[in-house]
Write a protein that binds this ligand. Structure first.
Ligand SMILES: N[C@@H](CCC(=O)N[C@@H](CS)C(=O)NCC(=O)O)C(=O)O
Length: 206
């Protein structure tokens, strides 16, 4: 298998962490695509995937998987151990609910970050005005959820997505002071960030 990824992509990081956490990492050749190439017509991703995004996972039979959470489904199918993304309701749908919440936070952070990087874009201010309250609402809900034992138990997709989302803020969106007033969420992040899978996939500063 071959994984096309970019070092700074949070969506690719979800898959990279999942590979490390499931022990499947050794079965995958990793091919880094630089940010400049990823956003160019010369992107290596375009040679196999018309969508042109990372993560892209090429299976041994040439099948192309794209979309981070669908790739996690595939990794779960390859892995005899506990599922990262339980889809059978045996956990009361908790993982699905938490993964959705964490994904909404991540997408909000990415939208805010991209708008901040393009201040001349005529829509940038409107995007930030919509996304900043969204991520603050999500983080406030997460602070409450942490006090109720959410995002705990064996590592799973929800924890990976949330750790990846929060791990993007300090290097890429330092303007958002998400830790202020959120000691529970902050302590949760500091714990997950010490895992070797997170430590070895930290996004580089821009
Ligand atoms: N929904 C996708 C998002 C993937 C995505 O947006 N990847 C970005 C990098 S963070 C990308 O490849 N962008 C290249 C492009 O849009 O052409 C997933 O979960 O995998």
């Amino acid at each position: 298998m071959r994984l096309l990824y970019s070092a700074g992509s949070p969506f690719a990081r979800i898959v990279r962490v999942a590979l490390l956490e499931t022990g499947l990492d050794a079965r995958v050749i990793k091919q880094e695509v630089t940010r400049v190439r990823l956003y160019s017509a010369e992107s290596e991703v375009l040679t196999v995937n018309p969508i042109g995004r990372v993560p892209t996972l090429e299976l041994d039979d040439g099948t192309i998987l794209t979309e981070s959470k669908l790739i996690i489904d595939y990794l779960d199918a390859c892995n005899p151990g506990p599922k990262l993304l339980s889809r059978d309701g045996s956990d009361g749908w908790r993982t699905l609910a938490e993964t959705g919440q964490a994904s909404g936070l991540l997408e909000g952070i990415v939208s805010w970050m991209r708008a901040s990087a393009s201040p001349k874009d005529k829509y940038a201010a409107a995007v930030i005005a919509r996304e900043a309250p969204r991520v603050n609402r999500a983080a406030d809900a997460l602070e409450v959820a942490m006090a109720n034992g959410a995002y705990t138990g064996p590592i799973n997709a929800a924890q990976i997505v949330l750790g990846t989302a929060l791990g993007l803020v300090e290097p890429r969106l330092p303007v958002w002071k998400w830790r202020e007033g959120r000691s529970g969420l902050s302590a949760w992040y500091d714990r997950i960030a010490t895992r070797p899978s997170f430590q070895s996939t930290v996004p580089p500063p821009l």
